[in-house]
Design a binder for this molecule. Structure first.
Ligand code: UDP
Length: 239
């Protein structure tokens, strides 16, 4: 494929910048080392995070594509930049949970690590000013965040991603506790997996030791943040 070059910056988020390209169907995302938690209240830097998340996310998205999930991934440009399909983001954070942790453990009074009898899907409305409030399918349809058909597809993809990803990670001794997905819509209305799948957006626990290999090390000041991200990269890509 010909080289794709960044033109103007379209958006700057907490962990990524998005740039336009000369091709109206493509954008370039650039991953930052900046880390935030608790709706931006906690801020910091995780050295090398941008490059690791770029590689890990691209690797997992390509693996998911091979398993029938359409994604925004087009081509890795360099260490921290990737060409992706231009989409409008469906304003939902889709959370999939296998084991109770974080806000679910707190909300339902469950001990962290409690296995759920079946996977749980949750939706939050992507809105920083409101603190990403949880919404249900009635809110989503009433607010027209997505149509019924789009939502059905989003749920179907999310459960399939959970199955494929859980199985894949098991082979490298990582247990997939929970994760957050975002979906986008192309100009022709196709729903694609967008954003990223990385230690920033998933809870990964070592299957043997139970050690946390994700952003909870930053959120909870557990230390060894860089090493944990590096370990995930190594287990997946062997580097
Ligand atoms: N998550 C995320 N971005 C968010 C909120 C959650 O990537 O803005 C991920 C988080 O890393 C975890 C899962 O979604 O893997 C569930 O997070 P939870 O609701 O437990 O919230 P947290 O405890 O992270 O505040």
């Amino acid at each position: 494929m010909e080289t794709v070059k960044k033109t103007e910056q379209l958006y700057e988020g907490k962990a990524k910048r998005v740039y336009a390209t000369a091709n109206p169907d493509y954008c370039i995302v650039s991953y930052k080392d900046d880390a935030t938690a608790f709706n931006g209240l906690k801020k910091g830097t995780i050295a090398g995070k941008g490059a690791i998340n770029n590689r890990v996310s691209n690797y997992l998205m390509q693996m998911l594509e091979q398993n029938g999930i359409p994604t925004h991934f087009v081509m890795e440009c360099n260490e921290r930049e990737t060409v992706v399909k231009k989409v409008s983001i469906v304003p939902l954070e889709v959370i999939v949970r296998n084991i109770a942790a974080g806000s679910l453990a707190k909300r339902l009074g469950l001990e962290e690590g409690t296995k759920l009898k079946r996977p749980v899907l949750e939706f939050c409305y992507k809105n920083d000013a409101l603190g990403d409030p949880m919404v249900n399918t009635y809110h989503i349809l009433a607010m027209e965040f997505a149509t019924q058909e789009e939502l059905d597809l989003i749920c179907q993809y999310s459960f399939k991603i959970n199955d494929v990803l859980s199985e894949y990670l098991k082979a490298v001794n990582i247990e997939l506790i929970d994760f957050k997905l975002e979906f986008g819509k192309t100009a022709d209305g196709t729903i694609l997996l967008a954003d990223e799948i990385s230690p920033d957006t998933c809870r990964f626990w070592d299957s043997v030791s139970g050690q946390k290999l994700d952003k909870d090390r930053f959120r909870r000041d557990l230390g060894g943040v860089e090493d944990a991200y590096q370990e995930v990269l190594k287990r997946l890509l062997g580097e």
